[in-house]
Structures are given as structure tokens and as C-alpha cells.
Write a protein that binds this ligand. Structure first.
Ligand code: GRG
Length: 294
């Protein structure tokens, strides 16, 4: 399964990369802005969201090509969020994916505009998808706006900023992650199935899987952060005095966080099997996301 999963990931990555490259090449964008957009688009993202969307579309009887516009749109929203998250006014990071952040490589104003361009282009991409009837495009634009905007990812970012440097209850942490990370992942799975023509009943049963996926993705992110910190500073979990930010390992201990993740993986697969589709690849992707090493 690992070999076929790796082939699957590489094939789908190539498909989405080629599509975004062709699309961006055709746009009339000032040279420096285009370079800044391409810098972040080509910076080595894993394309997890587009791949999940394609796998979900395929599980419900569609083809990966059916969702390319929406998948590219979602990856662009994700890329914009990373560019803006790294800005001095937010996390003020110098590195992303092992490379200088966009504002470090270019400048702050260009990075803001690259993010703005990617966000707006995501809706343009879906609106232009001639494979889909107008009502489906409209629905997808509405859903992507909701999961990305002031009641979705942006809300999560705001609440996250407000919770900086303080310890918060686990339920508040879950809500922040659900908004900040979970809703885009959820959109990936649900929109793939929607484009493939899944019934409302099946979409409803898929919603639980989609929600759980966001949580387990975040738990793994927190676990990876601890491993990274330990490597960097050689200190065990909980001994980081400078960063009081709440994480799953800090709130539940490392063993507790791993136990919680394992439980969510089980539940996510269980609810996926209730959607009654060929879930082999989606199920393998759930394992892949929850065990990813970067
Ligand atoms: C600035 C509006 C605004 C929102 C930012 C998503 C987000 C909100 C910030 C990113 C900060 C972060 C590291 C969140 C943890 C989860 C996450 C989104 C990790 C990165 O996703 P991957 O692993 O990234 O899919 P790649 O690099 O593979 O694309």
C-alpha cells in the first residue's frame, strides 16, 4: 500500500502543479508580483488539500481532472494564508518550508499583494470552471468563502492571536484549530465528493470524517512541533519556558496526544466506511496525514 500511496501522491502532485503552472502563466500579472506568487506556489508545499479533494472525488466516482480548478483554488487560499501568517504583523517568520518567507525574499508590500492575488484568484478559478454548471460553481465559491473568511480560517487566526502566550482550555484549542486548519481540509473532502455528484445523505455522513481529519492533522502538527523543538533546544515536552502557547502535547502530555490522535483516526475511518464508497485511498490518506513527518 505504501508504494501505491507514494505513486498516487506523486501523480496527483504533478497534476495539480502542472495545472497551476499553466494557469498562472496565462495571467497578465506585473513581473515582480508574478515572481512573488510563483515563489510561494513553487516552494515545496505537499499539496495535501488538492490531493484529498481529488481522492474524495475519485471515491465518489469522479476523475481527478474534474476538480482541478477547485483544488488549485483551495491550494491558493492555503498559500495566501501561509504568506500572510508569516508577515511581521502576524508571526514574523523568516523561514517557511526551509526557504526565506515571501516578505523576506521580496518585501512586505509585495508579499501582502501576492497573498491578496492568490486569495482572489481562487474564486476566479472556480468561476471559470467550464466543466461545472453555474449553480455548482456558485455553491463552491460560497463554501470556499465561508471556510476561508471571517467565520472560518480568518476567524481561527484571530482567535489564535488572542490566545497567544496564555494557556487555554482544550475545547477552545479545538475550536481554534477547527476554524484555522480544519475547515479548509473539510472543504477539500466535501467539495471533491460534491463535484462527483454525491447525494446529500452521503455528503452528510462524510462531514464527520472531514471534521475529524482537521483535528488529527492538527494534533500531528503539534506533535511534530514538539519533536522539532526538542531537536532544536534539547529540552523535553513542557519545559519550553518562553512559549506558553497551548498545544495538545502540553495539555494532554505526549502519550495523551498520541492516544487522542489514534482514537480520531479510528473514528474518521469508521465514519468514512459509513459513506459506503471505495474508501481505500482516502483511508490511506488519513493514515498518511496522521503520521506525516513534516
Ligand atoms: C493569515 C488569514 C490568515 C490565516 C493563517 C492556516 C493559517 C492561518 C496559518 C498557518 C500556520 C500554521 C503553521 C498552521 C498549522 C497547520 C498548517 C496549516 C500547516 C501547514 O500545512 P501543510 O503541512 O503545509 O499542508 P504545506 O507546506 O505542505 O503546504
Amino acid at each position: 500500500m505504501q508504494a501505491s500511496l507514494n505513486t498516487y501522491l506523486a501523480d496527483r502532485q504533478q497534476l495539480i502543479n502542472q495545472f497551476m503552472k499553466n494557469y498562472l502563466e496565462k495571467q497578465d500579472i506585473p513581473e515582480r508580483l508574478k515572481a512573488s506568487i510563483l515563489y510561494s506556489i513553487n516552494a515545496g508545499g505537499k499539496r495535501l488539500r488538492p490531493i484529498l479533494m481529488m481522492a474524495s472525488c475519485e471515491a465518489f466516482g469522479g476523475k481527478p481532472e474534474d476538480v482541478l480548478h477547485t483544488a488549485a483554488g483551495l491550494e491558493m487560499v492555503h498559500t495566501y494564508s501561509l504568506i500572510h501568517d508569516d508577515l511581521p504583523a502576524m508571526d514574523d517568520d523568516d523561514l517557511r518550508r526551509g526557504l526565506p518567507t515571501n516578505h523576506r525574499e521580496f518585501d512586505e508590500a509585495t508579499a501582502i499583494l501576492a497573498g491578496d492575488s492568490l486569495l482572489t484568484m481562487s474564486f476566479q478559478l472556480i468561476a471559470e470552471d467550464e466543466q461545472l454548471p453555474a449553480e455548482k460553481r456558485l455553491y463552491l465559491v460560497e463554501q470556499l468563502s465561508k471556510v476561508s473568511g471571517a467565520s472560518g480560517m480568518v476567524a481561527g487566526q484571530m482567535l489564535d492571536m488572542e490566545s497567544e502566550s496564555k494557556s487555554i482550555p482544550i475545547d477552545d484549542l479545538k475550536r481554534i484549530h477547527h476554524l484555522k486548519t480544519g475547515r479548509l481540509l473539510s472543504f477539500a473532502i466535501l467539495s471533491g465528493a460534491y463535484v462527483a455528484g454525491a447525494s446529500e445523505e452521503r455528503l452528510a455522513s462524510l462531514e464527520k470524517t472531514a471534521d475529524l481529519l482537521g483535528v488529527l492533522f492538527q494534533i500531528q502538527d503539534d506533535i511534530l512541533d514538539v519533536d522539532g523543538d526538542e531537536e532544536k533546544i534539547g529540552k523535553p515536552v513542557g519545559s519550553d519556558e518562553t512559549n506558553e502557547k497551548s498545544t495538545y502535547p502540553k495539555l494532554l502530555g505526549m502519550d495523551g496526544a498520541v492516544r487522542e490522535k489514534t482514537e480520531y483516526v479510528k473514528e474518521a475511518k469508521q465514519s468514512l466506511s459509513e459513506a459506503d464508497v471505495d474508501d481505500t485511498m482516502l483511508s490511506a490518506l488519513i493514515d498518511h496525514l496522521s503520521n506525516r513527518d513534516h
